[in-house]
Design a protein around this ligand. Structure first.
Ligand SMILES: [Zn+2]
Length: 398
């Protein structure tokens, strides 16, 4: 139902948008996050769905009682963003889920089992450094004590941020009561690549998520004066950083993987001071786990430092039966099954799948393939096609 999609999309558009960059800064457990959560509750209320937060602070809006009539079908995604992220990564899945239910309701359809729209907390890990923190906490893949102690760049812990936002961090931990309600999980997401463009398709079905992780490199040197310290006397960790960045590129190329240094912390961070310490974060992923591990080892060797693993997710396959069902349900008018694609991006769907929940993903075409940037885009007609596809999937599964 394109009108309801367009209205929700317009309502969310200004929330957390930076006027200068045009990108979104929707970080977990902030005031902006509270506005997004309030929006979610409002949309659920509008459809008489009951919102039940779980122990991790993820929100679940149910059409009926999943404890009495479940387990049910859950569709959804996340509303948070990376720094200066795009509008589509996350919100497209949440908005499409509500819009798909509207389309089905308008047709007079009612589900045979409870259906929920889910909004996962802190998917991007932009503030506390652990991606999919909400779904990992839910399944127990992220330890509660470790999560509570994670800090943002201002030194605020996740526990403090949650408490300030009105969510009790003492309840964190694997949430079996919530997991029991989820019979099947389906996440619609903007594609973060050009696979569908090359296939001339609007909507595709995910096959698997590449193994991926984040590592920290702690590079130590000695602070000194940029104008009076002879080159021979310097201990400058920026040189190790330069070697690490170059090796990330070279090793990734050799191993058919991807590696990125996209975040740095430099002390003292002065133009005329040799750095005393540099912290760099390495993101590495690829089709094969051994190659990803090799890239990380080689980057560490080039930098003369041991990479500290902050998160790791092995290859995540999605439920093959569900995948085949989705490709059949979403077949074209001529009977051609919907295309199947892998992805290098991590998702809450991957975390739930790894926890044993039958899970599937749908991708909506992204004309440039650009993501995690204000330039991320999907055409309105493709978004509407995504809603229609999700409605067909829900109808088949619930
Ligand atoms: Zn996402």
């Amino acid at each position: 139902m394109s009108e309801s999609f367009d209205r929700m999309w317009a309502d969310l558009a200004p929330v957390g948008r930076d006027a200068t960059t045009g990108g979104y800064r929707r970080y977990a457990w902030t005031g902006t996050d509270a506005v997004l959560r309030e929006w979610f509750r409002g949309e659920a209320e509008r459809r008489r769905m009951d919102v039940v937060p779980d122990r991790a602070g993820n929100l679940w809006a149910w059409t009926a009682d999943p404890d009495a009539q479940g387990p049910g079908l859950v569709v959804g995604s996340h509303l948070d963003s990376v720094p200066d992220g795009g509008a589509f990564d996350g919100p497209l899945g949440v908005v499409s889920a509500f819009a798909a239910l509207d389309e089905l309701t308008a047709r007079g359809w009612s589900p045979g089992s409870p259906v929920a729209v889910a909004c996962f907390a802190d998917e991007e890990g932009a503030r506390f450094g652990v991606a999919c923190a909400g779904s990992r906490l839910l399944t127990g893949a992220l330890d509660a004590d470790r999560a509570r102690a994670l800090t943002d760049d201002d030194g605020t812990t996740m526990a403090e941020a949650m408490a300030a936002a009105g969510h009790d961090p003492r309840g964190l931990g694997r949430d079996d009561e919530t997991l029991r309600r989820v019979g099947t999980f389906l996440e619609l997401h903007v594609e973060q690549g050009r696979g569908l463009v090359e296939l001339s398709s609007t909507v595709g079905v995910a096959s698997s998520i590449w193994p991926h992780g984040r590592w920290r490199l702690d590079l130590r040197g000695r602070a000194d004066h940029a104008g009076t310290t002879r080159l021979a006397d310097r201990d400058d960790p920026m040189l190790a950083l330069a070697a690490a960045i170059q090796e990330a590129r070279d090793a990734a190329g050799r191993h058919g993987a991807l590696a990125t240094v996209g975040k740095l912390r430099v002390s003292p961070n002065g133009v005329n001071a040799i750095a005393s310490e540099v912290t760099a974060w390495l993101d590495a992923r690829g089709p094969r786990e051994d190659d990803v591990r090799a890239v990380v080892d080689e980057v560490g060797a080039a930098a003369g430092a041991t990479p500290v693993e902050e998160s790791w997710t092995p290859t995540t396959g999605f439920d093959p039966g569900l995948r085949d069902r989705l490709t059949a349900v979403l077949a074209g008018a001529d009977g051609t099954p919907a295309p199947v694609l892998p992805t290098g991006a991590g998702h809450d769907a991957g975390i739930l799948s790894a926890a044993g929940i039958p899970t599937g993903m749908l991708f909506v075409r992204n004309p440039t393939g650009v993501s995690h940037s204000p330039a991320e885009h999907a055409e309105p007609a493709d978004c509407h096609a995504g809603v229609a596809a999700l409605a067909r999937a829900i109808e088949a599964l619930a």
